[in-house]
Design a protein around this ligand. Sequence first.
Ligand SMILES: O=P(O)(O)OC[C@@H](O)[C@@H](O)c1c[nH]c2ccccc12
Length: 403
Amino acid sequence: MEAVVPLRTTFTATATAASTARPRLSFQPLAKNFAFSRLIPAGISMTDRARSSLQCPPVRVQQDGSAVVSEDTISEEDALKIKEWEVERLQDEIAASQGIRIRRRPPTRPPLHYVGPFEFQVENEGNTPCNILEEIIWYKDKEVLQMKERTPLSALKKAISSAPPTRDFLGALRRSYSRTGLPGLIAEVKKASPSRGLLREDFNPVKIAKAYEKGGAACLSVLTDEKYFQGSFENLEAIRNAGVECPLLCKEFVVDAWQIYYARIKGADAILLIAAVLPDIDIMYMTKICKLLGLTALVEVHDEREMDRVLGIDGIELIGINNRDLGTFKVDISNTKNLLEGERGKRIHEEGIIVVGESGLFTPADVAYVQEAGVKAVLVGESLVKQMDPAKGISELFGKDIS
Ligand SMILES: O=P(O)(O)OC[C@@H](O)[C@@H](O)c1c[nH]c2ccccc12
């Protein structure tokens, strides 16, 4: 006869650094003949000092001594947790299949009642971000969750219905290019960055924005990330409300469509979407939302694979090539040239996509180099923001007055 046995089992595994032997596992099942193999997949590997515990769910012990989870004892809440966990794993798999190394959040253990196959997760293993970009994304994910709780999407949608219209970001870049014959400038209001530290002590975002506009910038980029770039949405709002007319790019790490709505009510005309972070499906969905809200999406790529992914998505109008690897901080402006060579450049030209050369541009020779490679716009932060007079910095960057 089968019996439903409420079984809560923990197993712990410990291994010391000195020991090369297999970790010692101790099980305390409450039922005899319990087949752990049904719940714990093969190939569990333990690292030194690994220590973990797995809570087993209520199981039905069968006549042959094996056990199956008795599904009807799983609460709706637990079932939902399992589904969420499964969806997250699937998302990770899809992202990885597209070459995305950045995980949206730290890997977690499976929920209590999960009995499907899973890679066993030893506590803290894999819970360290693989690079600075992943660290930022993990933090952003939590931050956005809290922000969403404070201001739900419904409230944002309501505010948007009475917000002033957005400005034409792409149009401003095109006009600037035909007016000056030089790449349209997106000048960045950036106080600090994880790679360069504090760029300017006496940082007055509105003053800098006004100087950029006076100096001939076509558009502005405003960092809104607080923790890593010392930016803020207050800066974006203040610049918008100070009468600056240049269209504004919200420079954020977008992980959730909610942020796009939020940027819209804070005065953005465009928003950054990073292909190293977002799988194709997110880019498709988010660019559609941008269109609905009247925002321009600047889709940022760093390598050939990301460029090819983005070129495979319909309706992309503006692509940024970042010369800085956001994982390692390495800057190389030949990246812009490499990604625009051959078939890729041809396709971009045929489809009328505007390309922005981003990061590491300091001199007229740098600007000429990326223009020669095919960009019609540049995104510049450090070399301008550090100047006493950022307007003069623009003339120096282009080798002439473009105001
Ligand atoms: O300061 P620089 O080297 O001129 O770079 C500006 C801009 O390209 C850079 O800030 C940037 C490009 N993509 C990003 C994504 C997130 C944060 C910042 C960035």
